[in-house]
Design a protein around this ligand. Structure first.
Ligand code: DHB
Length: 467
């Protein structure tokens, strides 16, 4: 444990450019956050506005009252290395870190293992649940060192985008969950809790075992798909167009998955803010779909109010500056489908998610009985407890809970995001609301799969909670 005591003499003064402003901050770099790491990625960087070391008040915060923002760099469930305001190599949220420092936050960036990592023997070391175990271990380290690290450990806010948004959401939902204790103990994690105060999640790619069905509920009937193939070259992502049309067999699978989603959704017993049940009929229509239309119409209305022409997408009826109606099918048709069927639990085990659910010696596994039944390759099904444990929704569906769920949530999923269905963040937000938690959820207009695009609003939200 002594090994995990933070040595605050290691802070050194650095300066980064924030627009035309220079931001001075103290940085403590490359700090191991577990006693028995399995990989060098398991280290974190701490950044503190320099003024706090001279007793300054910044934006109403002081050294020990400043919120602690913990952004991750996880994308595609790949390794998410610790980040740095001067980092220019993908993946990085350097701009977020600098903006947060300028705003008076303490920023702690922990490196998290990802699905492609192997050790010297060639064994995989970053398959699920490694990403969340590492994030929990990092939070435990920060809490165990509360007296030595500036910032308020009662105001830890995690942030991430896509798979990183899922990581953030899972942190909020699974605070102190028993499932992860053995893995945390094996790493020699610090003795502390890992529940957090607030979640910021952009387009969280989560609820993976229900994401295929949700995708077909949304896109069934749209048979052409369009996406970009991503590749890494010299620290930069490159994108090449990739498209296709669903086969007849895929179209049939789509129809089955759509029906499965209706059963799943109705089984969640969600309710709207007015207390009415959120359900779907046999055709996939009903109050839950109406809620989706409401969220999209609200996105359109904000665009209209900002002087933006919403007819970039089909389906909107606008009169006298009011979005009066939305034909959801027309909207989705103009948005287009991105992924083939199944969208996540790919039948050839070639998706990032099947890779996430591999194990030490298995590159990829299925994580739905549906894909296992229809697989095109020799494949195993990942353990049910593991699949459930890395899904934030699991914890929110439990009626009794002895764990700690974050009380505050800000979830953003672009109205032009096709990486997962709108239903997925909607279910998350609704379950949280139905538990009486504080949820700020919206679909920002014409926003594709991305994050950190509204930092002023994110920081205003954090300030309302922490100042
Ligand atoms: C991410 C995007 C995806 O479409 C997906 O299936 C998994 C992860 C991402 O950007 O992290």
């Amino acid at each position: 444990m002594a090994k995990l005591s933070f040595d605050s003499t290691q802070f050194t003064l650095r300066t980064s450019q924030f627009g035309r402003q220079k931001i001075d901050y103290q940085a403590a770099m490359d700090i191991p956050y577990v006693a028995d790491p399995v990989d060098s990625i398991q280290k974190l960087n701490i950044f503190v506005p320099a003024g706090y070391f001279a007793g300054a008040t910044i934006n109403g915060y002081q050294r020990d009252t400043a919120p602690i923002l913990m952004p991750n760099t996880v994308g595609g469930y790949m390794p998410g290395p610790r980040d740095d305001p001067e980092n220019t190599q993908w993946p990085t949220n350097a701009k977020t870190i600098i903006a947060a420092l300028a705003h008076g936050y303490v920023v702690i960036s922990a490196g998290l293992r990802g699905r492609t990592q192997t050790d010297a023997q060639g064994q995989f070391i970053g398959k699920a649940p490694a990403f969340i175990v590492d994030m929990k271990a990092a939070v435990r380290y920060v809490k165990a060192n509360a007296d030595r690290i500036p910032g308020d450990v009662d105001c830890i806010v995690t942030n991430g985008t896509s798979a990183g948004g899922a990581t953030s959401a899972l942190m909020g939902a699974s605070g102190n969950a028993a499932y992860f204790e053995p893995a945390l103990a094996a790493l020699g994690a610090a003795q502390a809790s890992d529940d957090i105060f607030a979640v910021s999640a952009y387009c969280p790619i989560h609820n993976l075992e229900h994401a295929d069905m949700a995708y077909e509920w949304e896109f069934n009937g749209l048979n052409d798909w369009y996406r970009q193939k991503m590749a890494m070259s010299d620290g930069k992502m490159t994108f090449t167009p990739w498209q296709g049309t669903l086969t007849v067999e895929q179209q049939q699978l789509s129809t089955t998955l759509k029906a499965d989603f209706i059963t799943y959704l109705n089984g969640l017993h969600l309710t709207a803010e007015n207390g009415q049940p959120l359900t779907l009929d046999d055709q996939g229509n009903g109050s839950f779909k109406d809620l989706m239309r409401d969220y999209l119409m609200a996105a359109g209305q904000r665009a209209v109010d900002a002087g933006v022409d919403v007819h970039k997408y089909a389906g909107f009826t606008v009169s006298d500056g009011q979005v009066a109606d939305l034909d959801v099918t027309a909207y989705l048709t103009s948005l287009t489908r991105m992924k083939a069927v199944p969208a996540f639990d790919d039948l050839a085990l070639s998706s990032p998610e099947t890779s996430l659910f591999g194990d030490e010696t298995t590159p990829a596994k299925h994580f739905t009985a549906f894909a296992q039944a229809h697989t095109q390759v020799s494949a195993a099904l990942a353990p049910a407890e593991l699949i459930a444990a890395v899904n934030p929704v699991t914890y929110l569906s439990e009626t009794q809970s002895t764990r700690s769920i974050a009380p505050h949530w800000r979830i953003r999923h672009g109205a032009a995001d096709r990486d997962t269905a709108f239903a997925i963040p909607m279910i998350l937000a609704t379950l949280l609301k139905n538990r009486g938690l504080d949820v700020d959820f919206a679909l920002p207009w014409d926003t594709p799969h991305s994050g950190d695009y509204d930092l002023d609003q994110l920081f205003a939200w954090i300030d309302r909670l922490c100042q």
